[in-house]
Structures are given as structure tokens and as C-alpha cells.
Design a protein around this ligand. Structure first.
Ligand code: P6P
Length: 336
């Protein structure tokens, strides 16, 4: 039996048949998610061309985060805006690459937030990068779009996912009733269902963190990592492996695929900033996926999806993955 004959549900067929708490997926949400998926299929092709079509390197511009934009950052942002703004169900969108939200012509009440191309520092060295997206519902559909419409906790997400552009282009998605994965068939341009009911093992022997920042970490993180490094002769009675791809989408995809813990915690390099990663369009969608897969996600003091945002581009300390590891880290933070 050829591999392809065992996977024959495309993204549209999945959305039509999916049920969340017994109810079907609203047509407007299906429309929006199909538009995101179609755009990411196009983006996958662009990313794969790289230097061949002059897409590597800096765009020579900066974003609201004060970061140098890569050419593909700008292209990805423009493609996503063009790809979804025709969706009647969309009320507005927000992007890591734009200071303010963008009202759209749609008359619906969905709000789309995205990091169009996360991990862009890896673009020029051919390491996996990805698109992260989150969908909220505007609480007051009749009113004109305000930034405050987006400032909802992660518990309000109705959908979240990522597309990782790696050896395969794979999408992970949650609609609030588990996590599913699709791989892009690059011949047909369709995302094909490859995995139902993704689950993260509650314990792990693998951690992911940028070790070069060790001297800057807060004590609870230092204690957790030291115990991992002490291995079988230390507190944990087992040896650990370490990974760091420096592309959140790729690191989180590994955690969803084989367990583990991903950390980008607060550190004292910029003490006034709570962390490097952004709450609304990186931490919240990834936390939704991880919780739906049986894991947990914290900033050390509280679950990330319980956090009430105060600004669109706010940053957050992120520790997510296998539940027992997150509980251990939360316990260490509670002792400070
Ligand atoms: P560092 C990519 O730039 C990113 O925002 C995340 O995708 C990734 O986890 C992190 O930054 C990597 O940061 O400091 O290790 O380069």
C-alpha cells in the first residue's frame, strides 16, 4: 500500500466534518482557515525557492519590534494580508510586522493574529521557519475595530496553529477539541491529514533553551536546567538531551511530536522586558496547541492562556511542553 493511500482527507474535508463540543465548525471560520492554509501553501513554495528568486537577506527595513526585517518577513506578511482580507467572516487582523491592527472589508467578527514568518534569523541558513496564527472573536461585532478588540486572554481563542516550512511543510491546528496535523502535498497544493489527537507525554528527557543565556536566567530556571544537566546522578535520576533550533515553530513542533520542554524565559539582559517572545501571536497560539495536546504552558507565575494582555505586542516569558516538567518549574518559581 503506498503511503499516500493511507492519508486521504484534505483540510477542507476535515473542516467540514470536524465537531467541537458536538457542534460543526462555523462556515466563516472554515473560510478563514482555508484562506490561511492556501496562503501558507504559496508561502511554502516561496520559502523553498530562497536565493533562486532573490528572497534571502534583509529587506533593509525595521518592524515595530525594532528588528531588521528579512525580505521573506515582508513577503509573508503581505501574502497573508492579501490571502485573508477577502474573507467575509474577518473583522480585522494583527501582525508581528505591523504596529497597528488592520481593519478589513469583512463584516464578520473573527480577528486573525499572526507571526507571518517566525524564526526568520534562520532563513539564510536553510533552517526550518514557520507561520503562527491565532483566531479570536470580536466581542462587539457592531463597533468599529479597535486595538482593544484584540486584547483578550488566550482562553478566548477559537482556533490556533502553525505551519512549519521544513523537510515537510506541516500544519498543526487546534479548534479547541484536540490537536491535528496536516502535511502539504506539494503536487496538489493541499494539506492532507496525517495525525489525529496529537498528545504530549507528561514527562520527558529533552529540554530546549538557549544555553548561552544561562548566566542571565532567574534562579528557578537555573535550578531546573542544572538538574537536567546533572543527569542520572542528580535530582532527576535520569539523563537529559538538549535541542535548540532557535525557531520557535520548529522547537514546538518537536515538543508536540515527541514531548519535551521549550523555554524562552525572562532574563536579566533586558530586565524591564518580561521576555523575548510575544504573547498574542506566538505564546498564546502555541500554548493553546500544547494544552490541547495534554501539555502545559506557563510564564513561571501563571498559565500563559490565563494572562490578560495590556498591549498588542507585549512580550512574555515562555515555558511550555510536558506537563510534569511545567509543574516542576512552576513549583520552583513559587519558592522564590
Ligand atoms: P535566540 C526567532 O527569532 C524567535 O523569535 C523564536 O522563533 C526563537 O525561539 C527565538 O527567537 C530564538 O532566539 O535568542 O535563541 O536567537
Amino acid at each position: 500500500m503506498s503511503a499516500s493511500s493511507t492519508f486521504n482527507t484534505n483540510f477542507k474535508q476535515y473542516l467540514i466534518s470536524a465537531k467541537v463540543k458536538g457542534a460543526g465548525i462555523p462556515a466563516g471560520l472554515q473560510e478563514l482557515l482555508l484562506a490561511v492554509a492556501h496562503t501558507c501553501s504559496t508561502l511554502s513554495h516561496e520559502v523553498a525557492q530562497g536565493a533562486l528568486i532573490g528572497l534571502l537577506g534583509s529587506a533593509g527595513t525595521g518592524n515595530v519590534q525594532g528588528e531588521v526585517q528579512q525580505k521573506l518577513d515582508v513577503i509573508a506578511n503581505d501574502l497573508l494580508i492579501d490571502g485573508v482580507q477577502g474573507c467575509k467572516s474577518l473583522a480585522g487582523l494583527a501582525s508581528e510586522e505591523m504596529e497597528l491592527p488592520l481593519p478589513v472589508q469583512g463584516t464578520g467578527d473573527y480577528l486573525l493574529l499572526f507571526d507571518p514568518l517566525d524564526g526568520s534569523s534562520n532563513i539564510d541558513v536553510n533552517v526550518s521557519i514557520g507561520t503562527i496564527f491565532s483566531v479570536l472573536k470580536k466581542q462587539d461585532p457592531a463597533a468599529s475595530l479597535q486595538t482593544s478588540d484584540f486584547l483578550l486572554s488566550g482562553r478566548h481563542q477559537v482556533a490556533a496553529g502553525y505551519v512549519v516550512y521544513g523537510p515537510q511543510t506541516t500544519m498543526a491546528l487546534t479548534l479547541g477539541d484536540g490537536v491535528v496535523m496536516f502535511t502539504l502535498n506539494k503536487v496538489t497544493g493541499e494539506f492532507i491529514l496525517i495525525k489525529h489527537a496529537v498528545e504530549i507525554a507528561h514527562s520527558t528527557e529533552e529540554f530546549a533553551i538557549n544555553m548561552s543565556n544561562m548566566r542571565h536566567w532567574a534562579e528557578p530556571v537555573r535550578r531546573y536546567v542544572d538538574e537536567c544537566l546533572a543527569g542520572v546522578s542528580g535530582e532527576r535520576d535520569k539523563d537529559f538531551n538538549m535541542r535548540w533550533i532557535a525557531s520557535m515553530v520548529a522547537d514546538v513542533h518537536r515538543v508536540l511530536s515527541r514531548g519535551g520542554i521549550f523555554m524562552y524565559p525572562w532574563d536579566q539582559r533586558e530586565p524591564h522586558k518580561p521576555g523575548k517572545l510575544r504573547l498574542m501571536y506566538e505564546a498564546n497560539p502555541m500554548s493553546f496547541l500544547v494544552e490541547q495536546a495534554g501539555g502545559a504552558s506557563t510564564n513561571g507565575d501563571q498559565l500563559i492562556m490565563d494572562m490578560i494582555p495590556t498591549e498588542l505586542h507585549e512580550r512574555v516569558s515562555v515555558m511550555l511542553g510536558s506537563k510534569e516538567e511545567i509543574e516542576r518549574l512552576q513549583h520552583y518559581h513559587s519558592q522564590v
